[in-house]
Design a binder for this molecule. Structure first.
Ligand SMILES: Nc1ncnc2c1ncn2[C@@H]1O[C@H](COP(=O)(O)OP(=O)(O)OP(=O)(O)O)[C@@H](O)[C@H]1O
Length: 291
């Protein structure tokens, strides 16, 4: 087992890492030096035939490790040490290091279906929980990282209040599978039910199956402000102007519209989203292994 630790994820998480590591005899530890490093470390470990690579960080670290494991048999494990940890909340993975270590030692491996985003400039990127286009990506892009370390998720709320005055809500053109062209001012392509933490967005979605639930949102700053108010009440699916669709092929176009994937700013439209060519294995709580 290799644990890939992102020292910049969340804040003051090293002691939680050490508590888990102490309960995983034989597990090697590697620290990331910058963006993209977790993917390279995971790919290398998979090539060496490692049974499991653990992403010790937030959703960004999980997505990078997942990208490094694609196409092989090495399982993805998660030690949630990030700010939001949406995928681990989605899958019911424990946050307490001792409980997380128990899952990594004795959990069961199931199929996880990531999404792949292909950008206009030819880049492609794997995501595990969601891809957002529009206002949320603008907030992520401008987020003060120092503030995020100090106050966690509250930094997003602060930044969103600032961006409500600045963001222009340019239109996004959307095509879902072979359907007709749709329009939105913001949009989330979601693998799971949850968004921005433990908050409901797409009931019925699961990253354990292929395909996406796509939330299209119309309107401008007033609608975005209302979404921010409904989110912590778990009422986002009831936002007026929000329509949920299901699709497996999503094409998004729109000049200057920013995109975020798993909470990290990744560029601008256009982008095409599809399922990864094959699932990978993820280690979840449950019996089976090690018993
Ligand atoms: N040593 C490093 N220095 C700077 N950035 C790094 C380093 N290692 C990894 N990163 C980058 O940090 C980004 C954020 O990490 P991650 O998403 O895991 O934490 P988080 O943002 O606190 O958690 P969450 O996404 O759950 O809110 C990753 O996308 C990764 O590319």
């Amino acid at each position: 087992m290799l644990i890939v630790f992102n020292p910049t994820a969340g804040s003051r998480r090293r002691s939680r890492l050490e508590r888990a590591h102490a309960l995983l005899p034989g597990a090697r530890l590697a620290e990331t030096a910058g963006p993209g490093h977790a993917e390279a470390l995971a790919r290398e470990a998979a090539a060496l035939g490692e049974d499991c690579v653990v992403a010790a960080g937030g959703d960004g670290t999980v997505a990078e490790v997942a990208a490094g494991l694609m196409g092989g048999g090495t399982a993805l494990g998660i030690l949630p040490l990030g700010t939001a940890n949406v995928l681990s909340l989605e899958l019911g993975l424990p946050r307490v290091p001792e409980a997380a270590a128990a899952v990594l030692r004795g959990g069961r491996d199931v199929a996880l279906w990531p999404g792949v985003a292909r950008f206009g400039d030819g880049r492609s990127l794997l995501f595990v929980q969601m891809l957002g286009a529009g206002f949320d990506a603008d907030v992520v892009r401008r987020l003060d990282i120092g503030l995020k370390r100090r106050i966690g998720r509250a930094a997003y709320v602060w930044q969103a209040r600032l961006e409500l005055r600045r963001y222009g809500f340019p239109p996004i053109r959307v095509r879902l599978d072979d359907g007709e062209a749709l329009r939105a001012s913001a949009l989330v392509v979601s693998k799971g039910r949850l968004y921005a933490g433990p908050f409901l967005l797409a009931p019925g979605a699961t990253p354990l199956r292929p395909g996406f639930h796509v939330a299209l949102i119309g309107g401008g700053w007033g609608r975005a402000a209302l979404a921010g108010a409904l989110l912590p009440l778990n009422l986002l699916p009831r936002l007026p102007g929000l329509v949920l669709h299901q699709a497996s092929h999503v094409v998004l176009e729109g000049g200057g519209v920013p995109i975020q994937a798993d909470g990290d700013f990744t560029g601008h439209l256009p982008v095409t989203v599809t399922d990864a060519p094959a699932p990978l294995r993820i280690r979840l709580p449950g019996d089976g292994r090690g018993r």
